[in-house]
Design a protein around this ligand. Structure first.
Ligand SMILES: [Cu+2]
Length: 386
């Protein structure tokens, strides 16, 4: 595919760097780095033209970084903080979520409970932005973590996911594959796009989360051989963390799809952007957001209980990074939303509003959706991606 055919006129400041982008269209990793730089430049330009204001600026924002670029010590401190959250007692009301035992479960529980109203909805991007930020804050405030929320760069180690520092099974990773369990494969969405079974499927067998106990779910696992929780979506169902890591969904993490949603035809409106990003399952297109979940298989393949796998938060930081890039490069659309308040508008519902509240349960106060548009300014947030 010739990417230059998709180039669309943008503001003048971008022209030179876009030409530069055009010269390396074969490499998604090269493209995302250039886009990230352009996003920072765009924010700088907005700031210098006084189009941006507020207490958080580029000068005092924190940086969210690629997991691969953290030192071993930094990775270990993040992992230690996650394990700390998994050891602190839950704050959730047991009459609402009887299965929660830990602070980590409090995050899993609110995601399970709200799943039908936070995916393929008008609030998908902003709700998950606030969710990841709230988790980052809990790691820092409740578990002494000094760093920022890292992201999993999808565009490295695509052909050999087991070499990724996220999944290489080392003590400074999130562990590798599950034990081999024969199963019928993994299926995406109600449409059931098939992903072939890999060499895992059972309990994660190495790394820091080998003995992790998952207390809630599964609710609707894509790996359909996983038994659904007998105690209901928020009931107590302790078990190991399961994975079937596969490179198969990485085929959608390519330069064409990245270009399409950031600069190409699918970048022109938030509706096109988010739909293409989340996948078009009836067309058999998994898309980058869903693909990142299905790489890990197992518990991560369940749209409800995917945060059971701690890699969820690295994956969703990357989703947020792409959203942040798109917003920076498309300032006139950056504060728009599209979609309703039910998953894929099923059942049919009203349009989402920027005044709708983003609900984090016990994890943080609810905020209006419009307060989550910007990661700088006068919002709860104060970060950029590098
Ligand atoms: Cu989600």
């Amino acid at each position: 595919m010739r990417l230059d055919l998709f180039l669309v006129p943008l503001g003048l400041p971008f022209v030179a760097s876009l030409r530069d982008t055009r010269r390396t269209p074969e490499d998604a990793n090269g493209l995302i780095l250039k886009l990230n730089n352009q996003a920072v430049e765009a924010l700088e330009n907005q700031q210098s033209r006084a189009e941006r204001s507020g207490t958080c600026t580029l000068a005092n924002a924190t940086f969210r970084k690629d997991w691969a670029l953290l030192t071993t010590k930094e990775r270990t401190s993040y992992i230690d903080a996650v394990k700390c959250l998994q050891s602190k007692p839950s704050k959730s009301d047991p009459s609402w979520a009887p299965g929660t035992r830990t602070r980590y479960d409090d995050f899993l529980a609110i995601h399970i409970d709200l799943t039908p109203s936070i995916h393929r909805t008008g609030n998908f991007l902003t709700w998950h932005r606030y969710f990841v930020w709230t988790y980052e804050r809990a790691l820092r405030d409740e578990c002494g973590y000094q760093g920022t929320q890292p992201y999993w760069n999808w565009f490295a180690h695509q052909n050999d996911i087991f070499q990724s520092p996220v999944y290489d099974g080392s003590p400074s990773s999130f562990g590798g594959n599950g034990e081999y369990v024969k199963h019928a494969g993994i299926f995406v969405g109600r449409e059931g796009i098939p992903i072939p079974a890999g060499e895992g499927g059972g309990c994660v067998k190495d790394g820091p989360f080998k003995d992790m106990v998952v207390n809630l779910g599964p609710v609707r696992p894509g790996m359909r051989d996983l038994p659904i929780s007998p105690t209901g979506p928020l009931g107590y169902n302790p078990r190991c963390l399961r994975r079937d890591i596969t490179s198969f969904p990485m085929r959608d993490m390519n330069v064409e799809n990245l270009f399409n949603i950031t600069l190409g035809p699918a970048s022109h409106t938030v509706s096109l952007f988010q739909d293409e990003f989340q996948g078009r399952f009836p067309d058999g297109f998994i898309g980058m957001h869903a693909s990142g979940h299905f790489v890990a298989g197992g518990d991560a393949s369940d749209v409800f209980s995917s945060p059971a796998d701690p890699t969820f938060f690295l994956h969703h930081a990357m989703v947020d990074r792409v959203y942040w890039i798109w917003q920076s490069l498309h300032p006139s659309s950056a504060k728009t939303i599209a979609g309703t308040i039910t998953m894929g508008n099923n059942p049919p519902s009203r349009d989402a509003l920027v005044t709708d509240l983003l609900n984090m349960g016990v994890n943080a106060p609810s905020i209006p959706l419009e307060d989550a548009f910007d990661t700088l300014g006068d919002t709860p947030f104060c970060y950029i991606y590098i």
